[in-house]
Ligand binder design. Structure first.
Ligand code: COA
Length: 243
């Protein structure tokens, strides 16, 4: 799905990083790591420059752990938000009401273009390859249908020894919670993970599913904001590194 770059010293790989290109306008950079013995020598900077090469016309996003965002700040990235990783053993979720006139139905591979369109309306990037891959690996997908057309979706997939839910795209928190509760109910008793916007409307509710916040990351952007027309809201990321 993405492209990698490696840094070598005397023929030995000492650093790696990834980038993912979305349509013509957006990209994500992430998973940048330099071997501990080779840090603070400018290798990370060169790796990031190589990953960003040719992306000047695109908006580049990345998610940085801990205080590492200073490293990216010196390279033209600005902080635009925070994400929080929730994990725990999923408990039986509460019954959640749906917005008026909406209903949930199972999603499948035939829904790919529909999901790509809704994902774009939430994040502004055309992430066709990501949605295609996640749909292929999905344990379950739900689509929020409405007489005026679909308004959201959520994907449950295996993650390590447990499961993760994301992306979650919805018109409102009520709909996001209904989709998450439905999918969490399929993995009750198993390890579950969600990466959500910090200070968002799910944060008070996720502990009721048995999940607790275990890590934070800073969202950084280089270039102009991606602002889709008729936007939907993104409630959970597809992946912490990818966004
Ligand atoms: C982040 C990381 C890739 C930096 O690699 P590096 O080779 O040490 O970086 P460089 O030597 O090129 O440093 C580039 C700049 O970042 C700064 N920097 C490096 N590590 C930093 C840190 N931990 N915190 C804050 N700033 C840091 C350097 O001071 C330098 O700034 P300057 O050019 O203004 O002096 C490396 O520390 C690492 O692998 N960390 C663990 C993995 C990680 O956290 N990756 C990021 C998550 S995607």
């Amino acid at each position: 799905m993405g492209e990698g770059r490696v840094a070598e010293v005397d023929g030995t790989v000492v650093g790696v990083g990834m980038r993912w290109l979305w349509g013509e306008r957006a990209a994500t950079v992430g998973l940048v790591v330099v071997k501990p013995d080779f840090r603070e020598r400018g290798i990370g900077r060169k790796l990031l420059e190589a990953l960003c090469a040719g992306l000047d016309r695109r908006t580049v996003l990345l998610h940085a752990a801990g205080t590492i965002h200073r490293f990216y700040g010196s390279m033209g990235f600005e902080r635009i938000g925070e994400i929080r990783q929730y994990e725990g053993k999923a408990v039986q979720p509460p019954l959640m009401a749906l917005p008026e006139n909406s209903r949930l139905r199972p999603g499948g591979r035939n829904d790919m273009q529909l999901l790509v369109g809704m994902d774009e309306r939430a994040g502004g990037a055309v992430r066709e390859r990501l949605i295609q891959t996640w749909l292929r690996h999905a344990t379950a997908t739900v689509v929020l249908d409405h007489p005026d057309g679909p308004r959201g979706f959520a994907i449950l997939r295996r993650f390590g020894r447990g499961a993760t839910i994301g992306p979650v795209v919805a018109p409102c928190p009520m709909a996001a919670k209904a989709m998450i509760a439905h999918l969490a109910g399929l993995v009750t008793g198993r390890a579950l993970r969600l990466d959500v916007q910090a200070h968002g409307e799910l944060e008070d509710w996720l502990p009721g599913l048995g999940l607790a916040s275990v890590a934070d990351a800073t969202v950084l952007r280089r270039g102009t904001a991606l602002s889709p027309a008729n936007p939907l809201l993104s409630f959970a990321l597809a992946d912490k590194a990818i966004g």
